[in-house]
Design a protein around this ligand. Structure first.
Ligand code: FE2
Length: 385
């Protein structure tokens, strides 16, 4: 019988959560946006990565740069959110001013207040930045392994799409705060065992029995083909224009989890990034951004019209006893997953609950993920038991 590697307190203990922030999230490649977000020069965006706050910018020459987002004087954050960048970055607290390369250029009353000051020692701290698969990634360590190298093993486990050529479906932007530990959300994302059960009415377009999955380094790869009933008339059934030739044997859904917290969902007609952001030990924010084929809105309307009957007749709620306002009556797989994660989190705080046996095949990825999380914590010097 297989057992879970983690136990209740690993999902409810603040000390453990703080260790994960320090040893995992402050020390990994973090997704911070799509390349489109920084297409123009003089744009920036900010991101929190564990205990660190980072700013990624495209400077006036078009070069991507990343810095730690704090003034070298007292630690005030220099920039918020995202937006346009001026030639100079000025800390609002005492007006210490940096150029776009992070060099400290000026500060008020420098001569009288800071005698003998060496400004060269007070540049902004560098971080690493890179682009992979149409996404901008940042790492707090300026000497991190390049992002392309970090994901090199995943090249054959993602869809054969040029992600940068797709266009964002801005109306599909989805943001939710889930009352559950981030690991439950990640584990649910890679749980093959639940797909045919919880999502019997919502994810029947894929043939879960034929799923192929495993690990490449720390990352999860996952692929499954279309179910026969959906595939046999895919021109009619697909909700959006197809991204792949219908005769391509690999047509299906690629659903990797990039360690530790970024899921991709690359299907026959859409591409999504599922960003899992820990907020506290029992709260997690998820942001989903989606892209589709770059074609006319008429092509989308035509495809939606053709597929309307398939989707309205085949998608079913998990339970007919629940109202549509209830997750189990919603017929929406995201609602189903969120509901489950929140219920699990509650049980994990219950001293009378402990995990039962773990499915040998269908929950193999979950145990592998738990081992990798623990390995990172151990490397960082945290005692996982
Ligand atoms: Fe699910």
């Amino acid at each position: 019988m297989e057992n879970n590697i983690l136990t209740n307190k690993d999902y409810t203990c603040t000390k453990r959560f703080n260790a994960e922030m320090a040893h995992i999230f402050s020390n990994c490649w973090t997704f911070c946006g799509l390349v489109e977000d920084l297409q123009e020069n003089n744009r920036y965006l900010t991101v929190v990565a564990g205990l660190t706050s980072l700013v990624v910018l495209r400077d006036e020459q078009g070069e991507l740069k990343a810095f730690h987002n704090f003034c070298r004087h007292r630690g005030m954050k220099l920039l918020d959110g995202q937006g346009r960048l001026s030639a100079k970055i000025t800390c609002p607290y005492h007006d210490w001013t940096y150029d776009q390369s992070g060099n400290l250029k000026s500060l008020p009353k420098a001569k009288q207040e800071f005698e003998g000051l060496n400004k060269a020692c007070l540049s902004l701290k560098r971080a690493s930045v890179g682009i992979w698969r149409g996404m901008v990634w940042v790492h707090p360590d300026p000497n991190a392994v390049p992002v392309q190298q970090y994901f090199s093993g995943m090249g054959s486990h993602v869809a054969p799409y040029d992600v940068e050529a797709l266009v964002e479906a801005k109306e599909a932007l989805y943001e939710v705060t889930i009352n559950a530990n981030w690991k439950l959300v990640a584990e649910n994302y890679i749980d093959h065992y639940h797909l045919a059960q919880l999502h019997a009415g919502t994810l029947h377009m894929y043939d879960h029995k034929k799923a192929e999955f495993g690990f490449v380094d720390e990352h999860v790869f996952f692929w499954e083909p279309l179910a026969q009933a959906y595939y046999e008339n895919i021109d009619q059934h697909s909700p959006y224009p197809l991204l792949i030739d219908k005769n391509d044997k690999k047509m299906g859904a690629w659903v990797p989890l990039l360690f530790p917290n970024v899921g991709l969902a690359e299907s026959e007609s859409s591409w999504s990034v599922f960003h899992i952001m820990p907020l506290s030990v029992d709260q997690t924010k998820v942001v989903v951004r989606s892209k589709v084929k770059n074609c006319s809105s008429m092509a989308f309307i035509k495809q939606a019209t053709k597929s309307y009957t398939f989707w309205t007749s085949r998608v079913k709620a998990k339970s007919s006893q629940h109202e549509q306002s209830h997750a189990l009556g919603s017929g929406d797989f995201m609602q189903e997953d969120i509901f489950v994660c929140e219920q699990l989190q509650q049980s994990l705080s219950n001293p009378r609950f402990e995990f039962g046996p773990s499915a040998k095949g269908g929950e193999r990825l979950i145990r592998g993920f738990q081992q990798r999380v623990n390995a990172k914590l151990t490397q960082g010097g945290f005692n996982v038991r």
